[in-house]
Write a protein that binds this ligand. Structure first.
Ligand code: HPA
Length: 275
């Protein structure tokens, strides 16, 4: 059996009849969003076949099932990154597991650096599109036709309807939400000032080391995607606040409160609609 199918069997047993609609992947320092999950049951990634364990500070490596604002969710606290050295294909399993347990939407959060002086640390950026500069793609290798096509489209990868909903809801809960393009680098070194200038010219508003592989796997298997970056620092050469990791986690924790409110407002609205 496929690893994602085995992992899904474990998650279904854990969920005890709850039918998850939404998968949440929480990025660096954003794991506290999962604290509001009711009737939460959780399990370590080491118990889930094919789940790559993350060893980075701020990434817990636990899957949590339960209800958040009335909607059944599966939450992935922590993720593996390409820079940790796992093959890009290893990032398929967690996302496909979410699909197999019945989720129709994937909501991703991450910490990112800004390429624009007007997008300041502490801001929340709804991702409207991405540029993949990791040099990798998680779909390299034989295509699994059970999940999706060989050449999946990446137009409207970040669901336009979902984005409109989130922008509307953000106003309602008094959260300032900007939209922008996320550019993914391989890492783990941060960017040079020349790279940040180049990325801004290319149309990127924020830069990070995650999310894009998961989005590609999710779109391939037909999950709807929404993603929000917490801007934790200015990119190199743009300002005082550098990207030293502890500081990144600190700012992420503050913005996580706003982001948590927004996610809960969205899930509360979703709970009113039929799956
Ligand atoms: N660059 C890349 N990844 C990041 C950054 C950054 O400035 N901040 C948080 N993640």
């Amino acid at each position: 059996m496929h690893e994602a199918e085995r992992a899904a069997t474990v998650v279904r047993a854990l969920a005890k009849g709850l039918a998850p609609r939404v998968g949440l992947i929480l990025g660096s320092g954003l794991g506290s969003i999962a604290d509001a999950i009711e009737d939460a049951v959780d399990i370590g990634y080491q118990e889930l076949p094919g789940f790559p364990a993350s060893k980075v500070a701020g990434h817990a490596g636990r899957l949590v099932v339960g209800r958040l604002a009335g909607t059944p969710v599966v939450c992935l606290k922590g993720r593996a990154h390409l820079y940790e050295g796992a093959p890009a294909q290893a990032l398929q399993v967690p996302v496909r597991t979410l699909k197999l347990v019945g989720c129709s939407t994937l909501f991703i959060t991450n910490a990112a650096g800004s390429t624009r002086r007007t997008l300041k640390p502490g801001a929340l950026m709804l991702i409207s599109d991405h540029v993949n500069l990791t040099g990798m793609n998680p779909l390299i290798g034989a295509n699994d036709d059970n999940f999706g096509p060989r050449f999946p489209a990446m137009e409207d990868a970040y669901d336009p309807e979902l984005r409109a909903d989130l922008l509307r809801l953000a106003t309602g809960v008094r959260v300032r939400l900007r939209e922008g393009v996320y550019l993914a680098c391989l890492g783990p070194s941060y960017e040079t000032p020349a790279e940040i200038r180049a990325f801004a010219t290319m149309g990127a508003d924020a830069v990070g080391m995650s999310t894009v592989p998961e989005v590609i796997v999710a779109r391939h298997c037909g999950l709807k995607v929404a993603a929000i970056s917490v801007i934790t620092n200015f990119g190199a050469g743009l300002g005082e606040l550098s990207a030293a990791h502890e500081r990144v986690l600190d700012i992420a924790a503050t913005a996580a409160r706003d982001l948590g409110r927004l996610i809960q407002a969205w899930l509360a609205e979703l709970a009113q609609t039929a799956p």
